[in-house]
Design a protein around this ligand. Structure first.
Ligand code: ADP
Length: 725
């Protein structure tokens, strides 16, 4: 008997076996890995993907039979291997990974387009000039009715009259998206020496075949994008059917890159992220699997697209924490990109001005080819970075900008140039407390402080989205008018700026003022066009954008990220501030950056001020090595949560009792998570640290098999965790 293991796109732990009816093989050749099938699951038929087909001599289980093979295209071998590998690596259900790969296919097809055309040689009973004009404009083509009316300069009623009379007819045309082939020679750039050398190395890496990882390392504005676009051009010249995937950490960055690619290659790339309408996503999915689309620019989920000839993956801003997906499937987009490239035998380029320590470690040890771009391109120079010691320049009470920063903003304004004030805090004030009793306002079912938002007049929990109106009375002691807003968010800094510089055009850029790709694009455009003088922004605007008239970056609170104290606090702060300050002076005007800090002696800040990334990396690497932490060791977290506190407690203890014996590996916890209560669920964490040569996944699998987790408790495994909350 023939049996197929089928991945069901549901959160089920493993593939299910089904009998392969003989008729199925007869129809269209043998059933094979990657084929999409309909299989019975309970009372329903459900879509699945064949993982494996094998012969067996009778089984003692009675298997249900596959119902039918679906017409949809099979998933290519590379995707199948990738999906199964990713499931094993992240300890998640392979079916759920398969579901991610099939997402584009579950979207509705775009509505067909209506067009009119001539019915044979029939002529109208009454030939008015308007009607004759319509027929002449149409000729023997098929056109959308509205376009036809416009072309003939008549009202739509004239076209409709001709349809009613049977002279014209409506036909429906499936809207097949055209993905224009990129032309590698459309508008090449003249690269400088470093850029050309790295482009050649990367393109040679692709043409050499096989897995080739690169780190493309260069300061902001050194032309990393320019260099990888040239590498892509060479790849396309060598193989016009080559497929290339470019991953970006944030949707807000896609538009600028899409425009650059369109200008360079004369054809826009396909776009893939949650902001793309589902019917369009379906078109992209189908074009990718048919090989009709060469370049895709997308967010991390684009890794699961069914490429058939994937030659190159670019992970731009590879250090960015947004590549880590924390909800649902927990995975790191950069790490999975490297894995997909390995599986496909493709090249992968990790590009950054501030590479992650993991990637630098791989480059230092020779696993990745390390390509460095020296200075900024052309006359642009890196901004001067100075630290402003807040102990000597303390702002007045209830204000946040020190005198030297205020002066610098004034000078910049007077020169007609732009300022970016960076503060990675949404809203007006991060904490609201009662002056009478000291109570801090928190969300009712979550351990996090409520953030005051003045634009909307509400107090918001940034973790869960819970919000409430600002109360008149203290919810704890009932005192009247006793609530005070503590500390600044971007809205509060903007308030201060408006008071100081009433004549300046001021705006806030955060996920509140730019909640979607379109509004973000509009704000970025306004800034680029010089319609904003002072932009107060969270990290949403700190990354990747090119603002030619921006010459001053002020960091309102450079110590902010250093306070959290998790594994990557210093690294993240360095990266974020280097990115933010790197926004200044990108064109022909020199820029400067002023960092307000209470701890100017902190190594992260002294390294930033000296522009000495290597010193920072060396010090940070030494600390990680001493503690055997990533990249020198590996981590995995187990997070338990439940509305039932006793059940979480018991499961945590069961896990602690069941830890398998292992060398060069330690388990810490269980302990209450720093966010011990979220949406009414109690949370506990365990952390595993292992040496790099330990098979961490095998350990986790063996461990989890020993413990029965009750249905009321959710257990999440986070391999290589970035959040420790
Ligand atoms: P990065 O990706 O390293 O931040 P970009 O590729 O975006 O750098 O380059 C920064 C700016 O310099 C862009 O406006 C880009 O068009 C310009 N630029 C870089 N290299 C060249 C080049 N060789 N010729 C012309 N312009 C260049």
């Amino acid at each position: 008997m023939k049996v197929a293991s089928v991945l069901i796109p549901l959160p089920v732990p493993e593939a299910f076996d089904y009998e392969v009816p003989e008729a199925l093989s007869l129809a269209n050749g043998d059933l094979a890995r990657g084929d999409q099938v309909a299989v019975p699951l309970g009372p329903r038929l459900i879509r699945g993907v064949v993982s494996e087909v094998f012969e067996t001599t009778g089984s003692n289980r009675r298997l249900k039979a596959i119902d039918s093979r679906l017409d949809d295209p099979p998933l290519p071998a590379g995707v199948m291997d990738f999906v199964e590998w990713a499931g094993r690596w992240t300890l998640s259900a392979p079916g759920e990974m398969a579901a991610t790969a099939l997402k584009g296919l579950r979207a509705p097809r775009p509505r067909p387009e209506r067009r009119v055309r001539r019915v044979g040689e029939r002529s109208p009973s009454r030939a008015t000039p308007a009607r004759t004009g319509v027929l002449e404009a149409l000729g023997d083509r098929a056109m959308p009715p509205a376009d036809l009316a416009r072309a003939a300069g008549v009202s739509s009623g004239v076209v409709k009259g001709l349809i009613d009379e049977g002279v014209l007819e409506i036909i429906e045309i499936a809207a097949e998206a055209a993905f224009d082939r990129p032309d590698p020679d459309h508008a090449p750039a003249a690269l400088n020496g470093d850029q050309a050398a790295s482009a050649t190395a990367m393109a040679d890496g692709v043409s050499g075949g096989g897995f080739r990882p690169f780190l493309l390392d260069g300061v902001t504005g050194s032309g990393k994008t320019e260099a990888y676009l040239e590498a892509i051009a060479r790849v396309l010249r060598a193989d016009p059917a080559a497929q290339i995937l470019i991953l970006l950490p944030e949707i807000a960055l896609t538009q600028a890159l899409i425009e650059r690619i369109a200008a360079r290659f004369g054809a826009a790339p396909a776009e893939w992220h949650s902001g793309v309408a589902p019917p369009r996503r379906r078109q992209v999915w189908e074009a990718v699997v048919a090989g009709r689309c060469n370049i895709v620019v997308g967010a991390r989920s684009a890794l699961f697209l069914p490429f058939v000839n994937l030659c190159l993956i670019v992970v731009d801003e590879e250090h960015d924490g947004s590549f880590k997906q924390e909800e649902g499937l927990v995975y790191h987009g950069r790490d999975l990109a490297v894995a997909r490239a390995r599986i496909e035998g493709a090249a992968v380029i990790l590009a950054s001005a501030t590479p992650s320590l993991e990637t630098l470690w791989n480059a230092q040890s020779g696993r990745y080819d390390w390509l460095r771009l020296g200075a900024r391109h052309g006359t642009a120079v890196l901004p001067d970075i100075a630290l402003l010691d807040l102990r000597q320049n303390t702002p007045d009470p209830q204000t946040w900008l020190s005198q030297p920063l205020r002066l610098a903003i004034g000078e910049t304004l007077a020169r007609g140039e732009q300022t970016l004030l960076f503060l990675n805090r949404r809203g007006y004030a991060p904490v609201v407390l009662c002056r009478a009793c000291g109570h801090r306002l928190t969300a009712p079912d979550t351990d996090s402080w409520l953030v005051e938002h003045r634009y909307t007049g509400r107090l918001v929990c940034h973790l869960t989205g819970f919000s409430m109106a600002r109360p008149k009375l203290c919810p704890s002691c009932g005192a009247e008018d006793s609530l005070v807003s503590v500390g600044p968010g971007v809205e509060r800094v903007e308030e201060e700026v408006r008071q100081l510089f009433p004549e300046a055009r001021t705006a806030v850029f955060s996920s509140d003022t730019a909640p979607d790709a379109r509004s973000a694009r509009a704000l970025i455009q306004k800034m680029t066009d010089g319609e904003i003088d002072i932009l107060v922004a969270t990290q949403a605007a700190a990354k990747g954008h090119n603002f030619p008239r921006l010459t001053l970056v002020g960091v309102v609170d450079a110590d902010l990220g250093l306070r959290g104290g998790d594994l990557r606090a210093a690294e993240r702060t360095y990266q974020l501030l280097a990115q933010a300050t790197g926004r200044a002076g990108r064109a022909d005007r020199p820029g400067r950056a002023l960092l307000q800090t209470w701890t100017p002696e902190h190594p992260v800040l002294t390294a930033l001020a000296a522009g000495d990334r290597d010193a920072f990396v060396e010090a940070e690497m030494a600390e990680r090595e001493a503690a055997s932490l990533p990249p020198y060791g590996r981590l995995a977290a187990i997070i338990l949560s439940s509305e039932n506190a006793a059940a979480v407690e018991k499961t945590a203890n069961d896990l602690a009792q069941a830890i398998p014996n292992a060398e060069r590996l330690e388990v810490y916890g269980p302990a209450d998570a720093p966010l011990a209560l979220v949406r009414g669920r109690r949370r506990k964490r365990l952390l595993v640290r292992a040496d790099r040569d330990v098979n961490l996944q095998a350990f986790l699998r063996a461990w989890l098999q020993r413990v029965k987790v009750p249905g009321s408790v959710r257990l999440t495994v986070d391999v290589d965790p970035y959040s420790f909350l």
